[in-house]
Design a binder for this molecule. Structure first.
Ligand code: ZN
Length: 158
């Protein structure tokens, strides 16, 4: 495993549509492991493949307190969304900034797992927010386009 360089806002790859993954390969296996390591290293709760420069529909998320419950989603699609939550959101590709974004409070996502088997996830609150945010990345959408008001400087982590 290795960490990969996280692309920053302004890099045009972050604005492109990602392609579906049609079969698991050793390269994609390695990409999954590297993305998990990169996310944990950067203290993020989610990372999408375009953020490490790969235009494939692959997302990793871990919103658990101990960072020990990774979710891997291949070709994820939101099939149900309800409710609403408004709160601060940040992005590893937009370091040091946060902004208020309204998201569904519940989403149901269909995807493939790393064995290319169909899998379904339900998320509420932070997990729902992370799922929406990361799936947006696969369509070339950054949260900054959805911010209500201004992007603000994030408080330094204590
Ligand atoms: Zn992001």
């Amino acid at each position: 495993m290795a960490t990969r360089k996280i692309r920053k806002m302004g890099d045009s790859i972050l604005e492109k549509q990602s392609r579906e993954i049609t079969q698991m390969t050793p390269r994609i296996e390695a990409l999954i492991d590297d993305m998990l390591e990169t996310m944990y290293e950067a203290d993020g709760v989610g990372l999408a493949a375009p953020q490490v420069g790969i235009l494939k529909q692959l997302v990793v998320i871990d919103v658990s307190e101990n960072a020990d419950a990774p979710i891997v989603m291949i070709n994820p699609k939101i099939v149900e969304a309800s409710g609403e939550q408004t709160g601060d959101e940040g992005c590893l590709s937009v370091p040091g900034k946060v902004g208020r974004v309204t998201r569904p409070n519940y989403v149901r996502v269909q995807a493939l797992d790393r064995n290319m088997q169909p899998v379904e996830f339900e998320g509420t609150e932070l997990l729902a927010r992370a799922m929406c945010h990361e799936i947006d990345h696969l369509g070339g959408v950054l949260y900054v386009d959805k911010v209500e008001g201004e992007l603000r400087d994030a408080r330094p982590e204590v």
